[in-house]
Design a protein around this ligand. Structure first.
Ligand SMILES: CC(=O)SCCNC(=O)CCNC(=O)[C@H](O)C(C)(C)COP(=O)(O)OP(=O)(O)OC[C@H]1O[C@@H](n2cnc3c(N)ncnc32)[C@H](O)[C@@H]1OP(=O)(O)O
Length: 206
C-alpha cells in the first residue's frame, strides 16, 4: 500500500494534499498536526489522526511536510530526518520541472509552478501557485516563493526567506537569509539577511 503522512493541517496543507493525490493516484494519506484540537477530524476526507507522537509508531514512514511557516517547516524537516523518517517531495502534475533542476527533500511545487534549467532548490522549498524560478537560481532550505512571483536567471535566495505574492527579482541578485520580500515588490538590488523589502524598486524597511 502506498501510504504517506502529511505533517500540517492548515490551508497550505490542503493545497499539498490535493497535489499529492494527483501526483500519486491511490495514495493513502494520514494527516498529522501539532494542534490537538484538530485530532480526530478530517481534512479533505483524510483523517487527522494525531501529532508527531503518532509517527513514532510508524518508524521509517514517508512524511510530506506541509507547514506554511518557513521556520516551523524547516525545523520539522530537521526533526523528521533526525528521527529516521523519509522526507517526501510533492510535485503537482500541473507544475513544470526541468530535468536539470534539483529539489531537496520536503520541497513542494504547486499547480502552475515552473522551475527551469539548472535551478537548485533546497529542503522544504515551496514554489507556490504559478510562480516561476528561472535557470540557475539557487534557493536555500525553507524558502517560500509566493504565488505568481518571478525569479529571473541566477538569483540566489537565503534560508527561510519569503518572496511575497507577485514579487519579482531581476537576474543575478542575491537575497539573504530570513528576509521578507513584500507582495508585488521588484528586487533590483541585493537584499541583506534579515531585511524586509517592499515596493518598486524594492526598498529595505528599517
Ligand atoms: C497561498 C498564500 O497565501 S502564500 C502567502 C504569501 N505571502 C505573502 O505574499 C505575504 C507578503 N506580505 C506582505 O507583502 C506584507 O504586507 C509585508 C510583510 C510586506 C508587510 O506586512 P506588515 O509588517 O504587517 O505591514 P503592514 O501591513 O502593517 O503595513 C505597513 C506599511 O507598509 C505598507 N505595505 C505593506 N505591504 C506592502 C507591500 N507589499 N508593498 C508596498 N507597501 C506595503 C502598508 O501599506 C503600510 O503602509 P503605511 O504605513 O503607509 O500605511
Amino acid at each position: 500500500m502506498n501510504r504517506i503522512f502529511l505533517l500540517g493541517a492548515g490551508g497550505h496543507a490542503r493545497v499539498v494534499l490535493e497535489s499529492l493525490r494527483l501526483a500519486e493516484p491511490g495514495v493513502t494519506v494520514e494527516v498529522l498536526d501539532d494542534d490537538p484540537a484538530k485530532w480526530g477530524g478530517t481534512m479533505l476526507g483524510a483523517p487527522v489522526s494525531g501529532g508527531r507522537d503518532t509517527l513514532l509508531a510508524a518508524p521509517g514512514a514517508r512524511v510530506m511536510p506541509a507547514i506554511g511557516d518557513n521556520h516551523q517547516r524547516l525545523a520539522a524537516i530537521e526533526w523528521l530526518e533526525n528521527s529516521g523518517f523519509v522526507v517526501a517531495t510533492t510535485i503537482d502534475p500541473r507544475a513544470i520541472l526541468s530535468v536539470s533542476a534539483t529539489l531537496g527533500p520536503g520541497a513542494f511545487l504547486a499547480p502552475g509552478a515552473i522551475v527551469n534549467a539548472g535551478a537548485a532548490l533546497g529542503r522544504g522549498v515551496i514554489v507556490n501557485t504559478g510562480a516561476s524560478i528561472d535557470h540557475d537560481c539557487v534557493l536555500a532550505d525553507g524558502v517560500h516563493i509566493g504565488p505568481g512571483a518571478r525569479l529571473c536567471g541566477g538569483v540566489r535566495i537565503g534560508l527561510r526567506t519569503l518572496i511575497g505574492v507577485g514579487a519579482v527579482a531581476v537576474p543575478l541578485r542575491t537575497i539573504g537569509d530570513d528576509c521578507v520580500i513584500g507582495a508585488g515588490a521588484a528586487v533590483t538590488s541585493d537584499i541583506h539577511s534579515g531585511a524586509r523589502a517592499t515596493g518598486v524598486p524594492a526598498r529595505i524597511k528599517e
